[in-house]
Design a protein around this ligand. Structure first.
Ligand code: 8YV
Length: 335
């Protein structure tokens, strides 16, 4: 007897998405939201036709090899697909889809929030007032002085959708926009953003006041901000990362902040999430957030809609719209 393809969702999704999925598909949900360990993920991959993983599910080559014969589609709930071994997936004949475009504006907003929070000491001020041990004596001309954003140079690494959305916002704050990307963006967008292209990442790093990391995590961008490159930054520079933790050598970053080699960092992502180098926590020079740049109800619903569209297209024997390869497969060209 024909059975509808089994869709397994690894984490709890917004209510409206789960109920629509229940109407559309033969779906197995995760009401507890407990992240799946490797053995549980393996069991899911053994029986599923379609799996809906998130950034917390590492679908490596070993798991893909051990997957059951029914598995055909990995419909990732997220834009970044660094949690999936794409080469192994493609070699196994699987389709991988993601959810591009719908988290762009939220992620860019949070990038700006961190860009303001760190130089202007927003968290320090808020923590001071919230601490019952402190009593505020009133305004002082020399207290809580931060650094001005207006007129400073912002170097964006990765000028895709999110990088451009950050540039648009940053222009309104009076920042000078520079960028490094695997290739130069279209001239009309450069003009609209008044953005200067740096072919050399090293040269850009040595000249900027703020660096914003907005490229995907791929084998080519692993530790792109290496210990050597972090040393190129000005001691007054700030780093903002709302992309992926492993694009920066976290140990080298924590050392640079500790040594005063750079002025501070605003970080939403970490190299070994959920573990964080302790030197980056409880540090006045760092604003650290728990991977929440895209965490709005609106974006999660839009992401869920995209996932459903991809699954529905696949089940109806159409090409899912957000297929990841062959375009993202190249190891060389992803900044
Ligand atoms: C998501 C993200 O929340 O979509 C992405 O790439 O980084 C996140 O903001 C997460 O990946 C969900 O899987």
């Amino acid at each position: 007897m024909y059975q509808d393809p089994l869709v397994i969702v690894t984490r709890k999704l917004p209510e409206s998405i789960e109920s629509r999925m229940g109407e559309l598909f033969n779906v197995r949900l995760n009401p507890t939201d407990q992240p799946m360990d490797k053995a549980t993920l393996q069991q899911a991959l053994e029986v599923a036709d379609i799996i809906v993983p998130t950034v917390t599910d590492k679908i490596d080559a070993e798991l893909i090899k051990a997957a059951g014969p029914n598995l055909k589609l990995i419909a990732n709930f997220g834009t970044g697909v660094d949690n999936i071994d794409l080469d192994a997936a493609q070699d196994a004949g699987l389709i991988v889809t993601n959810t591009p475009g719908v988290l762009t504006e939220d992620t860019a907003d949070m990038t700006m929030a961190l860009m303001l929070a760190v130089p202007r000491r927003l968290l320090e001020g808020a923590i001071f007032l919230n601490d019952p041990q402190n009593s505020w004596g009133g305004w002082s001309p020399t207290w809580m002085l931060g650094h001005r954003l207006y007129g400073k140079s912002l170097g964006i690494i990765g000028m895709g959708r999110i990088g451009q959305a950050v540039a648009r916002r940053a222009r309104a704050f009076g920042l000078k926009i520079c960028y490094h990307n695997r290739r130069r963006i279209a001239e009309e967008i450069e003009q609209e953003l008044d953005a200067s292209y740096f072919e050399s990442l090293d040269q850009m790093l040595s000249r900027m006041d703020i660096i914003s990391v907005n490229c995907p995590s791929t084998p080519a961008t692993y530790h792109l901000l290496s210990a050597r490159r972090i040393k190129l930054l000005k001691p007054t520079a700030f780093i903002i990362n709302t992309a992926r933790g492993d694009i920066i050598d976290e140990n080298a970053l924590a050392t640079a902040i500790e040594d005063g080699a750079i002025a501070g960092a605003g970080l939403d992502v970490f190299e070994h999430e959920p573990e964080i180098d302790s030197r980056l926590l409880h540090n006045d020079k760092v604003v650290a957030l728990p991977h929440m740049s895209s965490a709005t109800l609106e974006s999660r619903i839009d992401m869920g809609e995209k996932v459903m569209i991809n699954i529905k297209a696949f089940i109806d024997h159409h090409a899912p719209p957000d297929r990841v390869f062959p375009t993202s497969r190249s190891k060389k060209t992803n900044v």
